[in-house]
Design a protein around this ligand. Structure first.
Ligand SMILES: [Mg+2]
Length: 269
């Protein structure tokens, strides 16, 4: 599914989340149930060239643990990473962790194994076609391939993209391409977007659950669109988004966690 093109909201017209805090805090205190959805890279942690070097700020880790243990809260982190990798990097056992854009952790593992076969073929082809392209590397995530280009020159990126698109032609319509921040991802069609994961988590919660969604990338737009009545927060600068509010960076997301924790535990006290 291709998400709807986000509305052309100029960033200066979209309010900063903290500017609306008193009203949002009231909604938080009065909600019977709160579902907090976070993306990981670029949202809870700053982006790094290699996802493996990312470390969660110990204070953010503690805040997330406190929030996940709150009796009225469901905490869910949805990432493009593998689920095991995400769980390790997050280290919050009480949180729902969903990998591969919300698909891994919901679908049975047997389906994942089946999808691996086709993705392996593409991996073989791409390893050959992208060999020697400086700054480009392929991450094998099982049923998904991540092609990172953070360190590559614009000319190399253009060339690599052409080769990638050409390599995918024989695999249509079974595979699709997803573009994120300095990454292209090759996914089987049946791996849906993060919005499908959000809707599924919310289905198991009471209908009046207040949802908060925080993310930084184009792949998070589907999550924002999935909760039209929720509190949606885009992290960073972008002119087009489905989110209603913005925060500047993961540092401000940390402050959001502090504010959420203070509000939720204040009511419980
Ligand atoms: Mg992200």
């Amino acid at each position: 599914m291709v998400p709807r093109r986000p509305p052309a909201t100029a960033s200066h017209l979209r309010p900063h989340l903290f500017a609306q805090w008193p009203q949002l805090a009231r909604r938080l205190r009065s909600a019977d149930r709160v579902a907090l959805f976070f993306d990981f890279d670029g949202t809870l942690v700053p982006l790094r060239e290699r996802p493996t070097v990312v470390r969660l700020d110990p204070e953010v880790h503690l805040l997330l643990r406190r929030l996940a243990r709150h009796p009225r809260v469901t905490l869910c982190v949805i990432s493009g990473r593998r689920r095991a990798d995400l769980r390790r990097a997050l280290g919050v056992s009480e949180a729902i962790c969903l990998g591969l854009h919300g698909w891994e952790g919901r679908a049975p593992a047997s389906r994942l194994r089946r999808l691996r076969t086709i993705v392996r073929q593409v991996h073989g082809l791409l390893s050959h076609q992208l060999a020697g392209q400086e700054g480009i590397w392929i991450e094998d995530k099982g049923a998904v391939l991540g092609i990172h280009y953070r360190g590559a020159s614009p000319a190399t990126v253009r060339r690599a993209r052409q080769r990638l698109l050409r390599a995918l032609v024989p695999f249509q319509p079974n595979l699709r391409l997803l573009s994120g921040k300095k990454i292209w991802e090759v996914l089987p069609q049946e791996i849906k977007d993060k919005g499908a994961a959000v809707r599924e988590v919310l289905r198991d919660l009471p209908s009046r659950t207040l949802a908060w969604v925080v993310g930084d990338d184009t792949t998070d737009e589907a999550m924002f669109a999935a909760v039209p009545r929720g509190v949606t927060v885009h992290v960073g600068k972008r002119r087009r988004t489905h989110a209603r509010f913005y925060l500047r960076n993961p540092g401000e997301v940390k402050e959001l966690l502090q504010r959420l924790e203070a509000q939720l535990y204040r009511r419980a006290a």
